[in-house]
Design a protein around this ligand. Structure first.
Ligand SMILES: *Cc1c(COP(=O)(O)O)cnc(C)c1O
Length: 381
């Protein structure tokens, strides 16, 4: 059996080695390392794939979130509603810009922000909502957009984990995640569903004026060369990463299919087990399984039961991860932002029970048979 990794970037690379190596050699040969045709092409290709008018590439997903919030003209003290159950980047940039993070609950089935909790958290100072499409499944965008329209709020989709996912509205129309909010942000961190070989990120929007502003902010607030109209930053996707992404983007749908196949295998193996809840698949969303995350239930001792599984699997050379052991409102980082004042029972309940198993494009049945056997051995003992 091949060694099991959370993500197997090596095997994935070997399948496309010739194209990737040629693309990299092409950039080296051109010596156009910053900007240039590869970056331009990628922005165009991604816009077509996601179904948006504008894609603005940048240095990473965290920058994308920061630049998005800067472009919307949010002022210090403005409130931004965010789930607490997310990767730190989502909430960190809110604090960095001196905005006020308002942490709300997630739906315990989808792990995504709960629209009713959003509605309850709105005050006259609320300016934006940041739904996170966690683990590869879309947040309930139709409900969130309705609330945003009612209260005139911006919506920044954190699409870092769900690129390629579809959202189906009640009238039957389908859109890709990342094409629904005011702006969406994504990351090409190597382990993401569409990963480059270093850092990368992008913002998407259908708004022409916002697209101009996002572009300017990512480039030192520059309108014309050496004319700087607003305070910005320096955030670029480099040409080597763009060249790699131009090879990988056409493969994204096949990568997603491989992840869904692996998720189906796990679902089947764990079906009916009392202590295991397999990932919920909302009927409005195509789950693209950036993570395959179980809820392990064992009453009051769920936390140690779950941690015991991670240790047991490690003893059998199976990696497993807890995304995320500490919710944002309980991080020291947010103590000065009143984090401890938020009481989020469902979020706390989830942080004690979730565990993510290996999932990637190269996982085979032999590996999955071994993983599921060991998980069931631990859970049923
Ligand atoms: C990865 C990720 C980010 C940040 O992306 P980077 O490219 O690492 O900066 C933001 N939000 C979520 C939900 C992520 O998973």
């Amino acid at each position: 059996m091949k060694p099991i990794h959370m993500v197997d970037l090596k095997q994935q690379y070997l399948h496309i080695k010739d194209e990737i190596d040629a693309a990299i050699a092409g950039v080296l040969d051109s010596t156009v390392f910053i900007g240039g045709p590869q970056v331009k092409d990628f922005a165009k290709n991604l816009a077509e794939y996601v179904g948006v008018k504008h894609v603005i590439p940048c240095a990473n997903g965290t920058d994308a979130l920061q630049i998005a919030m800067m472009a919307l003209g949010l002022e210090p003290g403005d409130e931004v509603i965010t789930p607490s159950f997310t990767y730190v980047a989502t909430t960190e940039v809110i604090a960095l810009l001196k905005l006020k993070p308002v942490f709300v609950e997630v739906n315990a089935q989808t792990f995504c922000i709960d629209p009713e909790a959003v509605r309850k958290a709105i005050t006259p100072k609320t300016k934006a909502i940041v739904p996170v499409h966690l683990y590869g499944q879309s947040a309930a965008m139709e409900e969130i957009m309705a609330i945003a329209n009612e209260y005139n709020l911006f919506v920044i989709e954190d699409n870092a984990q769900a690129i390629g996912s579809d959202y189906t509205f009640k009238n039957g129309t389908t859109q890709k995640t990342g094409s629904i909010g005011t702006i969406s942000c994504t990351s090409f961190f190597p382990s993401k569903n569409l990963g480059c070989y270093g850092d990368g990120g992008a913002m998407c929007t259908n708004d022409d004026a916002l697209a101009e502003k996002l572009k300017m902010i990512a480039n030192h607030g520059q309108s014309e060369r050496y004319y700087h109209d607003m305070v910005g930053c320096n955030s670029r996707l480099d040409a080597l990463q763009a060249a790699i992404l131009n090879i990988k983007l056409p493969l994204l749908d096949s990568y997603i299919a491989a992840r869904i196949k692996a998720a189906d295998f796990y679902d089947k193996a764990f079906a009916g087990n009392e202590k295991i809840t397999t990932p919920f698949r909302a009927d409005y969303s195509k789950h693209v399984f950036h993570q395959y995350t179980l809820i392990l239930e064992d009453g009051d001792r769920s936390d140690s039961f779950r941690n015991g599984l991670v240790t047991f699997l490690a003893e059998h050379h199976i990696p497993a991860m807890i995304y995320y052991p500490v919710a944002a409102h309980k991080q020291k980082m947010f103590a000065a932002f009143g984090g401890a004042g938020f009481h989020l029972e469902k979020t706390d309940w989830l942080t004690q029970r979730v565990v993510s198993l290996p999932i990637h494009t190269e996982l085979d049945e032999e590996q999955q048979t071994w993983i599921t056997r060991k998980v069931l051995e631990y859970v049923n003992k």
